[in-house]
Design a binder for this molecule. Structure first.
Ligand SMILES: Cc1cc2nc3c(=O)[nH]c(=O)nc-3n(C[C@H](O)[C@H](O)[C@H](O)COP(=O)(O)OP(=O)(O)OC[C@H]3O[C@@H](n4cnc5c(N)ncnc54)[C@H](O)[C@@H]3O)c2cc1C
Length: 435
């Protein structure tokens, strides 16, 4: 049995399968596990910065269990939310997120699907819903990392119904210890991890799979009875570049149709490390308990602290079209924009520039093994995640956040669940003891 990808879904699938079957090989292109979970350690700073996934959205049962196993816990975010008003002043506004969820949730009862953009424009043109429209646009572009002209508003409304936005927490000490634990649990259960091994081609027929791989420059072949594919949707969309995978024969048309209706959302996340949490002291401590700052007019529309943890880190976030707008810029330019934007919130660039100590980011858009942040469904793709999740000829199985069908697409917890689901599908077909 072979699992392609050692992110949340791949490791969850491998751990379950190793416990059930004789042999599981996990093939991973990178030299590390975790995929879109990537913790960065600043020299001399105890808490790591998560450059990929950071929050636990919704109840996150699988994540909470894994955190407990790894000796960590989830910490609720809480804190104050601040928003830039039309005059540029920061105003306290903790209802923003609920307002967005309510406004977008109404799309659930639409008779037909439409783009989030059309839906938002209707809200924006009505004075009574103008404020909610602004929050909803931030949600679609910022939280969903989606292009509103392509995103399915009905799918967003359905996801909101799942409660994925109902709670927000973080793993204490970041996500990495949980992934280290998951990796070790896979190894302890007998799974083999083949790192730095890029899958180029999957040749298959019912009951047989052959992977063509490149391992540190050398071509290899891996044969198995079945494969669990967990690579990101951004990778499945690629042709011919470094991470791209071709299928021989091609995937069935229902699968290709599903792929055409799931897009990779884009996000740029920059972590700024300051000498001290100076924002806590501005304006007689007004922002001492700040968790989020939002300013729609800026290239980075969102900034957040590590509240309730007192920390010197600030995260700058640009999602959807704002992330794409940054695609051609150098990392130095991106970091400068993030820094300037944070200064603009307080009208004091000098203070911010004087306090900066270090920065970190990862280019997820250019990363050949991700090609973006996380998936969203495009107009008319109501069944796409389910179609993508379905096995092909009981031989190719699919997991990964994009195959999550219960509203947890785009999340770590959704990915973990899909890995478990795919493992059980394999076990049901092969029996627990076949490899
Ligand atoms: C900036 C950013 C912020 C995010 N914030 C959050 C958040 O706060 N909360 C949250 O829940 N989620 C968040 N996410 C999303 C979350 O990271 C993902 O949903 C989740 O990690 C996906 O897990 P996965 O196993 O489906 O995919 P991945 O983690 O991408 O794993 C797939 C694996 O396949 C490997 N692979 C790709 N191509 C090949 C190939 N050709 N051959 C072999 N291996 C290959 C990759 O290297 C990777 O390790 C964020 C993501 C990003 C990028």
């Amino acid at each position: 049995m072979v699992v392609v990808g050692a992110g949340a879904a791949g490791l969850a699938a491998a751990r379950r399968l190793a416990a059930l079957s004789r042999r599981v090989v996990v093939v991973e292109a990178r030299n590390r596990v975790g995929g879109r979970v990537l913790s960065h350690c600043f020299p001399g700073l105890r808490e790591p910065a998560d450059l990929g996934a950071e929050f636990i959205h919704g109840p996150g049962a699988e994540t909470v269990t894994l955190l407990r196993e790894s000796g960590s816990i989830a910490v609720e975010t809480g804190g104050d939310a601040w928003i830039c008003a039309a005059d540029g002043e920061l105003q306290r506004d903790d209802r923003d997120f609920d307002e967005a969820a309510r406004a977008l949730g109404a799309a659930h009862s639409l008779g037909h699907d439409e783009s989030a953009e059309r839906f938002l424009q209707r809200l924006e043109s009505d004075e009574r819903t103008g404020r909610a429209a602004r929050s909803a646009r931030f949600f679609v572009e910022g939280f969903e990392a989606a292009d509103p002209t392509r995103a399915s508003v009905k799918s967003i409304a359905d996801e909101l119904r799942s409660g994925v936005d109902a709670r927000s927490a973080r793993p204490l000490g970041g996500y990495w210890p949980m992934f280290e634990h998951l990796r070790d649990a896979c190894l302890a259960a007998g799974a083999e991890l083949r790192m730095s091994t890029i899958v180029r081609k999957v040749s298959w027929r019912p009951g047989d799979v052959e992977l063509e791989t490149i391992e540190r420059g050398r071509s290899q072949r891996i044969v198995a009875r079945a494969a669990v594919m967990t690579v990101p949707i951004g990778v499945l969309h690629q042709h011919g570049d470094e991470g791209a995978i071709s299928f021989e024969p091609d995937l069935p048309s229902i699968k290709r149709d599903a792929l055409a209706h799931i897009e990779m959302g884009q996000a740029v996340k920059v972590v700024l490390r300051f000498r001290k949490p100076f924002w806590e002291e501005i304006n007689r401590g007004r922002y001492r308990d700040a968790a989020f700052f939002r300013c729609w007019a800026q290239p980075f529309a969102g900034y957040w602290t590590q509240f309730p943890t007192r920390s010197t880190l600030i995260t700058a976030w640009a999602g959807g079209p704002k992330a794409l707008a940054l695609a051609g810029a150098s990392q130095a330019e991106v970091v400068e924009l993030a820094l300037n934007g944070f200064g603009a919130l307080f009208g004091d660039q000098k203070l911010v520039c004087g306090e900066i100590e270090d920065t970190a980011m990862h280019d997820w858009h250019g990363d050949p093994f991700a090609r973006g942040a996380y998936s969203y469904v495009t107009v008319g793709g109501g069944h796409a995640r389910m179609q993508l999740a379905a096995p092909v000829a009981n031989t190719l199985f699919f997991a990964g956040e994009a195959t999550s069908t219960d509203g947890q697409g785009g999340t770590v917890n959704g990915a973990l669940q899909t890995g478990e689901r795919a493992a059980m599908e394999v076990a049901a077909v092969l029996g627990a003891r076949e490899s």
